[in-house]
Design a protein around this ligand. Structure first.
Ligand SMILES: Nc1ncnc2c1ncn2[C@@H]1O[C@H](COP(=O)(O)OP(=O)(O)OP(=O)(O)O)[C@@H](O)[C@H]1O
Length: 609
């Protein structure tokens, strides 16, 4: 983790809070001020009434003080009620926006950062520390009233008890009424500072220790919370009776012991702080009471000074505690900023070159690639050209590098060695967002969302309905859409609509294909586009492949070699290398080659292959 200064972190952190909910900070200042000052004003006026009752007993003045106290209490409560209501709404808004903010950042990262385990652990840690321990960026927003209210209280209390040191009326000269006793009392009060600070430091130390001893605890919590409730896992959990094993694993990794140690500590610290405050409060009562007995303060002022001094002691303790919280929270702020500062330079690419309008010719020139953190090459010395307007089938065993080649072409990763070019120019020189527009891709692990079908196909809420429908028909989902209750407006899944439909695996694949067709990009890539389709649907897709793709350049990856026969150009990958390329007839003629080996192996299982 990068070392970051606490002040910078706080400025940046509050900047983010302000950006997410712009009225939160000013409203919190108003609310904290009113909450702090209103009771003290009432205390002051009550003291004046008592003084009046014990002194001149001027009815007019007593009425005025009483009216002011009631008026202030009324106005203060009204302001407070209005502001507090607004702040409560902002609290929920900020919470929601914060998670959107994190998610949005995730969507902007370079793709290799997204796949990086360390980064995913970091994100899980941030979310878990925020949810489970109230630490990190959201802690700042809770800390603001915790900081401001005692600050205003302290200032108001100092004004209210200042008279203690200036009372000049005649009084008995004893040790208690001497300036020395005042000094001792101030010293005693100031003891609260190191005491509270020591408690906070202890809290920080033990909390850090617990986290360090359980470095993966938050990742586990995040993982299990998600895993136990994920629909995809529900079948396996039931059929393989995984629930007890998951529970056991959860308890071993982040059991009750972990939480107990943290919350037990908070409880003990709070009890110690309360005890210290009670002892100090008793001393203050005794000190001021005795001084009043020696005639140093009038009766009303005793009430005022006791209230003000105990108020100041409480405010000081809260201030030290909240400043301690800032220190404790700083590593978690740093963690959040480490995550926010992960590079997104690909997206913001320096390359400003515009994509040519037509004739896009891509070429891999001696490209090798290792996944981040891996010692093995997933692609080795790959040199290949994609001929404009032609279809290329890519085949090979599992793990031979087919998908990796596609990811590199789509600029989700950058080559470790070598270069990929578009019309002879390194693809990194092109504008990233425009470059993304070049490809219509259906990945093996494509994702459809719980939006309407039309929204899914168009990747946007507003779309060309005729084109969306045409794309769905082309992809073989025409009949299905016709039978859907709301046609294109039918929601997928039940998350946002009770009428939502669940597509079968093959139907979902067709919808993903329709999305690629709707995009109408010049380069189409289909990674195992028919793996989930039934034989008839597969046959239909392949027999209409030329019609689907038109004059676009296309790559399609398949394990079923029989479905590649319609391609005149087939590339065979093996262990990260391109080992053969040619038409089906050419490749099959090479009897000792990988293609012939794969073909013969499959021929045993696929009728008609
Ligand atoms: N995100 C990743 N991080 C590290 N290694 C990876 C990652 N993705 C793939 N690999 C590794 O890279 C190699 C090539 O994987 P790739 O997915 O490109 O194979 P493939 O030919 O598409 O396989 P399949 O036919 O199973 O889809 C494999 O050894 C795989 O383990």
């Amino acid at each position: 983790m990068k070392k970051r200064s606490i002040w910078r972190n706080l400025c940046r952190g509050y900047g983010i809070v302000n950006r997410l909910t712009p009225t939160y900070i000013p409203l919190t200042i108003v609310s904290s001020f009113v909450r702090a000052v209103q009771p003290l004003m009432v205390l002051f006026l009550s003291a004046q009434i008592i003084n009046e009752l014990a002194g001149e007993r001027d009815t007019g003045r007593i009425m005025l003080y009483a009216a002011l106290a009631v008026g202030l209490a009324f106005v203060g409560s009204a302001i407070n009620a209005a502001v507090t209501r607004r702040i409560a709404t902002l609290n929920s808004t900020l919470w929601a926006r914060f998670y959107f903010f994190l998610g949005n950042r995730y969507m902007q990262l370079n793709y290799d950062q997204v796949e990086d385990t360390e980064n995913n652990e970091m994100l899980a840690d941030i979310e878990a520390k925020t949810n489970g321990n109230g630490l990190g960026l959201l802690r700042l927003h809770y800390s603001l009233p915790e900081l401001l209210q005692p600050l205003f209280e302290l200032m108001a209390c100092i004004i209210l008890f200042f008279g203690m040191f200036t009372s000049a009326s005649s009084y008995e000269q004893t040790f208690i009424t001497s300036p020395f006793a005042t000094g001792l009392m101030v010293l005693l009060i100031l003891l609260i500072l190191p005491f509270t600070y020591a408690l906070k430091k202890r809290e920080e130390r033990i909390q850090m220790k617990v986290f360090e001893e359980n470095p993966k605890s938050n990742t586990y919590v995040h993982f299990f919370n998600e895993y136990m409730q994920v629909k995809n896992a529900a079948k396996d959990i039931r059929l393989y009776k995984q629930a007890p094993a998951i529970e056991d694993h959860y308890n071993k990794s982040v059991g009750a012991e972990f939480w107990y140690r943290i919350f037990d500590l908070f409880g003990k610290n709070n009890a110690l702080a309360a005890a210290m405050n009670a002892v100090l409060g008793g001393c203050v009562y005794l000190f001021i009471g005795l001084r009043a007995l020696y005639g140093m303060y009038p009766l009303g002022s005793v009430v005022q000074y006791i209230g003000a001094v105990t108020g100041a002691v409480g405010a000081l303790a809260k201030l030290v505690s909240v400043l301690g919280n800032f220190i404790t929270n700083n590593p978690y702020l740093s963690l959040a900023f480490d995550y926010l500062d992960l590079p997104d330079n690909m997206r913001k690419s320096d390359g400003s070159r515009q994509i040519p309008q037509e004739g896009l010719e891509f070429e891999f020139r001696d490209v090798s690639f290792k996944y981040p953190g891996s010692d093995n090459y997933a692609i080795k010395h790959l040199s290949m050209k994609f001929n404009i307007g032609e279809r290329l089938a890519v085949v090979g065993l599992n793990g031979s590098g087919k998908t990796t080649m596609i990811k590199l072409l789509c600029r989700l990763y950058e080559p470790t060695e070598g270069v990929i070019t578009l019309n002879g120019i390194d693809i990194r020189e092109y504008d990233y967002s425009a470059y993304m527009g070049v490809f219509s891709v259906v990945f093996q692990d494509f994702k459809l969302y719980s939006f309407s079908l039309g929204h899914n196909v168009a990747s946007s809420e507003s779309y060309d309905a005729a084109l969306a429908e045409e794309s769905l028909i082309m992809a073989g989902l025409g009949e299905k859409v016709k039978n859907m209750p709301n046609g294109l407006h039918t929601y997928l899944h039940k998350d946002f609509s009770d009428d939502g439909v669940e597509l079968s695996g093959g139907e979902a694949q067709k919808a993903a294909l329709a999305r690629a067709l709707y995009k109408n990009a010049p380069f189409v890539i289909l990674d195992e586009p028919t793996a989930a389709l039934d034989p008839i649907a597969e046959f239909e897709i392949y027999s209409r492949f030329n019609e689907l793709i038109g004059d676009k350049t296309a790559i399609f990856v398949s394990h079923r070699l029989s479905s590649c026969r319609f391609c005149h150009d087939i590339a065979v990958f093996h262990e990260g290398q391109l080992i053969q390329r040619g038409s089906h007839d050419e490749l099959i003629a090479d009897r000792g080659g990988k293609y012939a080996e794969l073909w013969n192996a499959q021929a045993q299982y696929y009728v008609g292959a």
